[in-house]
Design a protein around this ligand. Structure first.
Ligand code: FE2
Length: 220
């Protein structure tokens, strides 16, 4: 029993949210990640997987958080149930992002990712960023006790070599699942320098793997 209890200890710097209402936990000093482990109904998730497999997407726009014109944002996408689901979810998340960031506008980017260009573990300069992988492998991150921050950046090494130095226990790399929402705090959040959450895009291990990723950024 004692071992089990130890295994469920959550490190101080990240928090699980049980709903979007708990994203505000990100503002606590020292916290650098709030994770909402929501699940999609499998049949609906498969609709988005099929949509993602069939279309290369790359749409980006600045939207007003209080009234995001997401239908316009996605108007070039073929009309289907998956698009409608994505539109409804993006609208919901942009509104929540506006509330938690206090910003009137957000830069929203929905894209198909087929490369692992960001496979080096890193911190973001951005203050707050929200990420959702709707289809495919989700963003990976590590707990603060599994990071050597002095090793961040490639420093002339291959990404693989650098990652081995940055993350001393690779077996403890954590991965988000589809539809989970990651609210990340980066280096430029006031008081958070040196504590940005360390994360990366999952490495693409097999040809043909693809992800559908949403990224919401602050607009100042
Ligand atoms: Fe990043």
């Amino acid at each position: 029993m004692a071992t089990e209890a130890l295994n469920v200890v959550v490190p101080f710097h990240f928090r699980y949210a049980r709903s979007a209402g708990e994203f505000t936990a990100i503002h606590a000093p020292g916290v650098n990640l709030v994770l909402w482990r929501r699940e999609q109904e499998p049949g609906l998730g498969r609709l988005v997987d099929e949509f993602s497999a069939a279309h290369d997407l790359d749409v980006e726009a600045v939207l007003r958080c209080a009234e995001p014109e997401v239908w316009m944002f996605l108007s070039d996408l073929p009309a289907c149930g998956a698009r409608d689901m994505l539109a409804a979810d993006i609208e919901f998340l942009v509104r929540r992002f506006g509330e938690v960031s206090g910003r009137a506008a957000a830069r929203v980017h929905l894209e198909t990712v087929q490369t692992d260009a960001c496979r080096l573990f890193h911190v973001d300069a951005a203050a707050l960023r929200m990420l959702v992988t709707y289809s495919g492998f989700g963003t990976q991150w590590v707990t603060n006790d599994n990071v050597r921050r002095g090793e961040l950046t490639a420093q002339g090494r291959s990404f693989e070599m650098a990652n081995r130095e940055i993350v001393p226990r690779p077996a403890q790399i954590r991965s988000a699942r589809p539809w989970w929402v990651m609210l990340q705090k980066g280096e430029s959040y006031p008081g958070n320098a040196g504590n940005g959450v360390v994360h990366r895009s999952p490495p693409v291990e097999h040809a043909g793997e693809r992800r559908l990723r949403l990224c919401i950024n602050e607009v100042k």
